[in-house]
Design a protein around this ligand. Structure first.
Ligand code: DUC
Ligand code: ZN
Ligand code: ZN
Length: 503
């Protein structure tokens, strides 16, 4: 947060003494939380890595007094769109500088945005383009998922296997959007490649034809306002596609992550698959806990600020998402930060004449993801601190092959820490945030708890509301093959004959 007087934590430079300090930095006296434990400890950091955890560690060249504070692993946001051009040609409002700065202010120290293929592009070219964009600007560490919109023979047989080996071990495919959508056969092709190469597929599950069927009729009746987006993107479009995607993954025995789940029926389909022992994973996002379709029905085009795909639903759906976070249906809670300004560069390509089909899809949330869930999840008792850490950090690192370097507080892990003032009260306002969007869907909401000091590899990134690192100081993280992507070895019987030639 911007005010310098905001902090109770002091960052103390110790005078150099004659003896050599045990650590470069010690975070002293905080309450440390991991995905499994909550305990009081000092954290000793050397060369950017956690070197020791203990009750009374020796001195550091630098010390942070975290007494009375929570010390959590920095967040890992595994679903965000940064400096990405949409399939309709609209550029995100955040580049890798503003996007990573905003993430860091909100306690996130690793992001996994997308390197998005447009049809006709080589995946290698796409990856180079995103590295060129991120390298000179990112202030925190980052990996990339791929978006595969054109699974040609060359992509499937050469590019994907090569890129997977080089650390791009997850990719997203879409069941809707004219220029992104894969048909079921193409989805099977991508799933088969993922199975063979040990990668994880993320799926945007909405039935394209259902959405188009509704949209055509709504527009024909002159119903152009943003709220119609939520009608066209019906909850049955989401649950049908989710069931279909799970069926395709089950057929080939490939783990699958259903991203940005908003509807109770989609969550139930994922849960049911998990109950059968299948490796089907789920993700939900702040917009599905805190917004509803009514928000898209605000006066004029204001509702556009709340339009994303799938859209926010209703209070019952919000409750189902909270239940899914509590009962393990969802392993990851991501922002799906898709930042578009409320003007012709973003949300409203045709200005006041923009109809709901033309709106840029997505809402911002990279800075508020953790504070919103902390306030409304941990402070209200809906979840414990360890569950919060798992959902916002550890599970993301595990899901995508970055653990234990990222996502935990353990000896040998990168010293990526968020030090929280758990009683800090904030009234959310776009003016407090550091993205380049100009509004927030959560304007005016009161929350409690904020990460006041943020460390990335032992570097103080944020303290006293100030940014302390240079653009370009974030590093690229190649991902391992995620253990989550391992097939169960339960191929559908009708595929057994093909197994040798297929995989
Ligand atoms: N899908 C996303 O993953 N993010 C924003 C919009 C969308 O359709
Ligand atoms: Zn999506
Ligand atoms: Zn997204």
């Amino acid at each position: 947060m911007p005010n310098a007087d905001f902090l109770s934590v002091r960052n103390v430079e110790l005078e150099q003494e004659s003896h050599v300090n045990a650590f470069d930095l010690v975070v002293r006296g905080g309450t440390v939380a991991t995905a499994s434990d909550v305990f009081r400890a000092d954290i000793g950091i050397t060369n950017g890595v956690i070197a020791a955890l203990g009750q009374t560690l020796g001195g550091g060249a630098k010390e942070i007094d975290a007494t009375g504070m929570l010390v959590l692993p920095g967040g890992v946001d595994s679903h965000c769109h940064i400096e990405q051009r949409s399939s309709t040609g609209v550029m995100c409002a955040d580049d890798f500088y503003s996007g990573t700065v905003s993430a860091a202010y909100g306690g996130t120290t690793t992001i996994i945005p997308f390197a998005a293929q447009h049809r006709g592009q080589s995946l290698h070219d796409v990856v180079k383009e995103y590295h060129d964009a991120a390298g000179p600007k990112a202030v925190i560490d980052y990996a990339f998922h791929l978006i595969v919109s054109d699974p040609t023979e060359a992509v499937l047989a050469n590019e994907l296997p090569d890129l997977i080996r080089r650390g791009y071990t997850s990719f997203k495919v879409y069941m809707t959007y004219d220029k992104l959508k894969l048909d079921d056969g193409q989805i099977l092709d991508v799933l088969a490649t993922a199975r063979h190469e040990g990668a994880l597929v993320m799926i945007h599950a909405e039935n394209h034809d259902v959405i188009e069927w509704f949209a055509k009729r709504l527009l024909a009746q002159g119903l152009t306002q943003p709220v119609n987006h939520t009608i066209a993107h019906s909850r049955i479009a989401e649950s049908e596609a989710t069931n279909r995607a799970i069926s395709l993954a089950t057929l080939l025995d490939v783990p699958l992550l259903v991203v940005h789940v908003s509807s109770p029926a989609a969550a139930s389909a994922i849960r049911q698959a998990q109950d059968q022992g299948l490796r089907i994973y789920g993700e939900t996002c702040p917009q599905y806990l805190f917004l509803t379709a009514d928000d898209t029905d605000r006066v004029g085009l204001e509702g556009a600020k709340f339009c994303c795909s799938p859209p926010p639903r209703d209070i019952e759906a919000q409750d189902a998402m909270w239940r899914g976070l509590a009962n393990g249906t969802f392993q990851v809670f991501s922002s799906d930060h898709a930042p578009y300004r409320f003007d012709q560069t973003g949300k409203l390509p045709k200005g006041t004449q923009t109809v709901f089909k033309e709106l840029a899809n997505g809402v911002p949330g990279i800075e508020l993801r953790l504070p919103l869930l902390f306030s409304e999840g941990v402070r209200t008792g809906r979840m414990g601190l360890s569950e919060f850490v798992a959902l916002t950090s550890t599970n993301h690192a595990r899901m995508y092959g970055l653990h234990p370097q990222k996502g935990t507080i353990a000896v040998g892990s990168d010293a990526d820490l968020a030090i929280w003032a758990q009683n800090r009260e904030i009234t959310i306002s776009a003016s407090l945030l550091h993205d380049n969007v100009g509004y927030t869907p959560y304007e005016g909401r009161k929350i409690t708890g904020w990460p006041v000091i943020v460390l990335s590899r032992g570097r103080v990134v944020i303290d006293s509301g100030q940014l302390h690192v240079e653009r370009g100081s974030g590093r690229f993280l190649p991902c391992d093959h995620p253990a989550t992507a391992t097939p169960l070895g339960r191929l559908a019987p009708e595929l057994a004959r093909l197994q040798k030639s297929l995989f």
